[in-house]
Design a protein around this ligand. Structure first.
Ligand code: NAD
Length: 474
């Protein structure tokens, strides 16, 4: 029996008596065990981060760039290990797991580039007579200790989206990974130290929600960067005190297919955007609105492509859709589908599950108040609804408490700009699904979907603080 994996407290690997197991979501077989950090470890991590920040904040940009580039190189070197861990802990197909590691490497390289672009401003202050002769000199400084709390569905790249910018800015980091998927994050911690970042400024602490909340309340933490479910995220903001908070939360993203769209392309993207990673993507396509003139044709194409998807063991290269993270998550989604059917929805594809495997599901005849539309389903389930006017489709897409991203398929110039002006989401994808994300772009939600933006350049803004110096020419 191998020893349970230790956690990382300011560069020191520690074990505890509280051991948890990671199980492979496909067949529930044991993958590995790991130790949970306790209250003393958290206190030590915060103290160590404060000490470490004394070093990290003084690292010149060329050092931070060199460390990040080496970190990216180490990720590339450990790509096979990392992607295997992601498949085993998250149930992600091998192809998606490899793509996640590739993206994580890019996220770190983008962070390295941005580390060299943390500029300030020179402000002429002679706009009022009283400020005559004064010039402002504005610079960004690292904020302090960044607490990163991450979800299970992209366990590695989403951690890199927090750690990369934090290092680029010169902050200390405490990473609290999801306890279902801690293995890739523990490896991340060791690679970051191997890359040369001051070890006392690096902690990776799988722990219980209670203890994670203790960290969130701690005033020595300067910034909370949380990615996860809306309920947890907004609660953490309430207890976070004076610290700055970034929230990347969930949604029920909409895709609109207008009558002038390239239907085969739209259908292909919708099937990919709705079912990839078993629908466990915050910007997964959930609600599809199709112009009535092309509804039957587009739906037939969606159903044909859905029927061709292979569901099964994520380690098998022929599998398109792997398992959901847990039986409980799959059962909850099944319950939402069952409830919709009871209220009048029709199942056009899927609608069934076996253990954690959920068949890609297409529902018609739904109404906005059903939970398959009104809540985040976070499973391979889409609803399809016909519409008559583009304005009506936009109103339906906006009819949500969430607003992460929206996708529209149309060639109409006027419709594109109307949608851009009216869309109540963090981003509009034109001729694409809302599921598109490039790691460099500003990414984040409106309404209940979050607060602030990620993407290295934008995350660095959140993880730095401005300080002004006024020079008086006398
Ligand atoms: P979750 O909210 O259950 O967990 C997220 C993290 O918060 C985990 O590390 C978890 O251990 C921790 N956590 C849970 N309760 C806590 C508490 N009381 N105090 C402190 N920490 C706590 O989410 P999940 O199931 O891991 O992930 C799925 C959710 O994440 C979905 O809602 C999805 O939309 C969202 N998500 C959003 C984005 C984005 O960028 N907007 C990306 C991926 C996932």
């Amino acid at each position: 029996m191998t020893e349970p994996r230790p956690f990382l407290v300011g560069g020191e690997w520690r074990r505890s008596d509280t051991v948890e197991e990671v199980r492979f979501p496909y067949d529930h077989s044991p993958v590995d065990t790991f130790c949970l950090a306790g209250a003393t470890d958290l206190e030590d991590a915060v103290r160590s981060a404060q000490e470490g920040f004394g070093r990290t904040r003084r690292l010149p940009a060329h050092e931070r760039i060199r460390i990040l580039k080496r970190f990216a190189w180490l990720i590339e070197e450990r790509k096979e290990d990392l992607s295997r861990l992601i498949t085993l802990e998250a149930g992600k197909t091998s192809a998606l797991a490899r793509a996640e590691v590739d993206r994580a490497k890019e996220t770190i390289l983008l962070s390295a580039e941005e580390a060299g672009r943390i500029y300030g401003e020179i402000l002429p202050l002679d706009l009022t007579p009283a400020a005559g002769g004064r010039t402002g000199y504005l610079r960004r400084f690292p904020i302090g200790t960044v607490l990163a709390i991450t979800p299970f569905n992209f366990p590695f790249n989403l951690a890199c989206h927090k750690i990369g910018p934090a290092v680029a800015a010169g902050n200390a980091v405490i990473l609290k990974p999801a306890t279902k998927t801690p293995l890739s994050s523990l490896l991340l911690g060791s690679l970051l130290i191997e890359a040369g970042y001051p070890a006392e400024a690096v902690s990776v602490l799988p722990c219980t929600p209670d203890l994670a909340e203790w960290l969130v309340r701690d005033e020595r933490i300067a910034y909370l960067s949380f990615t996860g479910s809306p309920g947890v995220g907004w609660r953490l903001k309430e207890i976070a005190g004076r610290k700055r908070v970034g929230l990347e939360l969930g949604g029920n993203a909409a895709a609109i297919v207008h009558a002038d769209a390239d239907l085969p392309y739209a259908a292909e993207r919708i099937v990919q955007g709705g079912f990839s990673n078993a629908g466990q993507v915050c910007i997964s396509v959930q609600r599809v609105f199709i112009h009535r003139d092309v509804y039957d044709d587009c739906l037939a194409m969606i159903l044909e492509r859905t029927g061709a998807l292979a569901v099964g063991d994520p380690r098998d290269s022929r599998t398109d859709i792997g398992p959901m993270i847990s039986e409980a998550a799959a059962a909850e989604a099944e319950e939402k589908v069952r409830e919709a059917v009871f209220e009048g929805a029709s199942v056009l594809a899927g609608g069934k599950r076996e253990g954690t495997l959920f068949l890609p599901t297409v529902l018609a005849d739904t109404v906005p108040t059903m939970r398959v539309n009104a809540t985040e389903v976070f499973a391979p389930v889409i609803t399809v609804t016909p519409y008559d006017t583009f304005e009506e489709a936009l109103a339906m897409a906006n009819d949500s408490v969430f607003g992460l991203q929206t996708g529209i398929f149309t060639d109409g110039f006027d419709r594109v700009f109307t949608a851009f002006e009216e869309c109540e989401a963090g981003a509009l994808m034109v001729n694409d699904v809302p599921t598109f994300r490039a790691d460099a772009m500003p990414y984040g939600g409106a309404k209940a979907s979050g607060l602030g933006r990620e993407g290295p350049r934008y995350a660095i803004e959140e993880m730095t603080t401005m300080r002004l110096m006024v020079l008086n020419r006398r």
